[in-house]
Design a protein around this ligand. Sequence first.
Ligand code: UFG
Length: 323
Amino acid sequence: MNVLVAGGAGYIGAHTVKALAEEGFEVCVLDNFSTGRRDFIRGHRIVPGDLMDKADVEAVFAGNTFGAVFHFASLIQVGESTRDPARYYVQNLVSSLNLIGAAVDFGVEHVIFSSSAAVYGVPHETPIAENHPIAPANPYGRTKAVVENILADYGRAYGLKSLSLRYFNAAGADPSGEMGESHDPETHLIPNILLSVLGRVPRLEVFGTDFPTPDGTAVRDYIHVTDLARAHVEGLKALMAGYPGGAVNLGTNRGYSVLEIIRKAESVTGSVIPYFAVPRRPGDVPVLLASRDKAESELGWIPRHSDIENILETAWNWHRKNV
Ligand code: UFG
């Protein structure tokens, strides 16, 4: 089956391209390379193009027959989304409307969308199950929630079958060392820790040491990108087998605090990692933990690569060779 992967040259997209190809899918990557990297998708079919350009998108669909569309392309910086919401709403919504609209117009049956735990906002209960209220705390999360609703409405009206995968904290790198996490600017914890070890960020800051958690730092649910990638393949197979779709969390249900991650990174890298405690980052919540019951019972998905040592070892393996 031929599948289109929009944003397939990015961090999670490229890992999924590899997983899809390993399962025998013919992959076509559509990316504008604003943040994606060609070296991550070497050997795969690439169509350079911008989802903001409706004609570009329709031309890709007109020249191919896709059995499914994966939608990874998105602006992802939470902080930036609060400073410049217009950019986030226009970019994330128009690109999604163009892509999903073309999927419907050209008769593609299945869409798999990169959503986020950011749709839940400040959790009322932990772990967070999919029926937790949707109340995003920033424009980034709101764009994800809107696209989830567009997909659900298009399903009811046009018969589109879709799956919105709500990622918790994606981390780690492909075991081959060929791909890893690289953003510019980098805002995520694990890459920043490793960049500080490599002397590439001047100082590692810990945002908030006064959270109501055992050590005062925020707790997150880190999920290995290889597990995320496999969930997309299993999600598509489930949709093809008649699964009605909807929204599913991808997390481990196990959390680590910022300080725990720093300690684990010290043992993986063999370095003492100095850090500076600074005030909380606006919008950060104390604890984010996924319930993964639905992913397991409905998609048969279980995280297999997400123990924290493996996440840090694979990330370090990539960072020290590539950054
Ligand atoms: N942190 C630091 N120092 C850093 C970077 C991060 O202390 O240099 C802290 C953050 O304050 C947070 C934790 O480390 O407490 C994790 O931060 P990340 O930026 O790695 O990840 P977030 O939990 O903030 O964000 C992730 C995804 C977002 C998503 C969000 C909510 O990257 O896309 O979860 O689901 F919106």
